[in-house]
Design a binder for this molecule. Structure first.
Ligand code: DGL
Length: 271
C-alpha cells in the first residue's frame, strides 16, 4: 500500500487543508488526526503545544507517513522546528504558504492577519511576511472566540456573526487600506462567509490551504514521492474527543463519508 500523508490539527481546522489536498492531489492517501479532546490550542503555553504535537506525530508514525503536515497555525508557529528534529520525513507547516499567498494578492501592501492568541503572540506571520517582503505593513488581531464556535459546528448563527463583527471591528476601522486578510488559523475558513460579509468585498480572504497543498506537491515531487497508483485512496481519520461531532463536521465539509477511529488519550496526556 502507498505511504500516506499525515495531516494534524487541534481539531477540525486541518480539514480545510485535507480538502485542498484531496482536490489538488487526488491520488494521495491521507491519515488525519484532530486533537479534539484538547482543543483549543490557541490559549495554551508554547511548551504544551509542542508536547501535544509531538504526541500526535508519535501516534501517526505507526502509519508510516511519507510526510507530516502541521495543518495548524498555532502548532506550526511553535512546533515546526521540534517536529522536523523528531522525524526523518519532510514536515510542512501552514504559515509560509499563507504569507506567500497574501503577498501574491495584496496591491496596497497592507495585510491583515487573524489567528489564535498563540499564533498572534508568536508574531510568526509578521516575521514570515517581513522576511519575504520587508516593506509590507502587517496588522494582526487574535480572535479567541472563533475556534470554539467552529468546533461546535456553529458556522452561521447570529451568535457567530456577532462574534465575528466584534472581533474584526478594529481591522474594519483601520486607517490604512487593508486589501488582504490572512485567515491565520485553519479553523477560520469555516467562518469565511461571516468574515467576508463583515470585512466587505474589497478585502480578499487568504486561506493558506491552497498554497499549502501546492507546497506539499512540490516537496513530494522533489523527493520522488508523489503517489502513482490509479486506485482511489482510502483516507483515515482519528480524533481524540467526541467522534459524533467531528464526523458530522468532517462529512459536511468534505462532502463525503469518512472512516473515523476515536483515539482515547491517557489521563497523563490530557493533564
Ligand atoms: N486550527 C488551529 C490553528 O490553525 C488551532 C486552533 C486552536 O486549537 O486554537 O491555529
Amino acid at each position: 500500500m502507498q505511504q500516506p500523508i499525515a495531516i494534524l490539527d487541534s481539531g477540525v481546522g486541518g480539514l480545510t487543508v485535507a480538502k485542498e489536498v484531496m482536490r489538488q492531489l487526488p491520488k494521495e492517501r491521507i491519515v488525519y488526526f484532530g486533537d479534539t479532546a484538547r482543543t483549543p490550542y490557541g490559549p495554551r503555553p508554547a511548551g504544551e503545544i509542542i508536547r501535544f504535537t509531538e504526541e500526535i506525530v508519535d501516534y501517526l508514525v505507526q502509519y508510516e507517513p511519507k510526510m507530516i503536515v502541521i495543518a495548524c497555525n498555532t502548532a506550526t508557529a511553535v512546533a515546526l522546528e521540534p517536529i522536523k528534529k523528531q522525524v526523518r520525513v519532510p514536515v510542512v507547516g501552514v504559515i509560509y504558504p499563507g504569507a506567500r499567498a497574501a503577498l501574491g494578492r495584496t496591491r496596497t501592501g497592507v495585510v491583515g492577519v487573524i489567528g489564535t492568541e498563540g499564533t498572534i503572540k508568536s508574531r510568526a506571520y509578521e516575521m514570515a511576511l517581513m522576511q519575504l517582503s520587508p516593506n509590507v505593513h502587517v496588522i494582526s488581531q487574535a480572535c479567541p472566540t472563533f475556534v470554539p464556535l467552529v468546533e461546535q459546528g456553529n458556522f452561521r448563527s447570529e451568535e457567530t456573526y456577532e462574534a465575528v463583527r466584534s472581533s474584526l471591528l478594529h481591522l474594519r476601522e483601520y486607517p490604512l487600506e487593508l486589501d488582504c486578510l490572512i485567515l491565520g488559523c485553519t479553523h477560520y475558513p469555516f467562518l469565511a462567509e461571516a468574515i467576508s460579509e463583515v470585512m466587505g468585498p474589497k478585502v480578499a480572504l487568504i486561506n493558506s490551504a491552497e498554497e499549502t497543498a501546492r507546497e506539499i506537491r512540490s516537496v513530494l515531487k522533489m523527493h520522488g514521492k508523489l503517489a502513482v497508483t490509479e486506485r482511489m485512496p482510502v483516507h483515515r481519520f482519528f480524533c481524540s474527543g467526541q467522534p459524533a461531532v467531528f464526523k458530522a463536521i468532517a462529512q459536511q465539509w468534505l462532502g463525503e463519508q469518512i472512516e473515523l477511529t476515536p483515539v482515547v488519550w491517557q489521563i497523563s496526556h490530557i493533564g
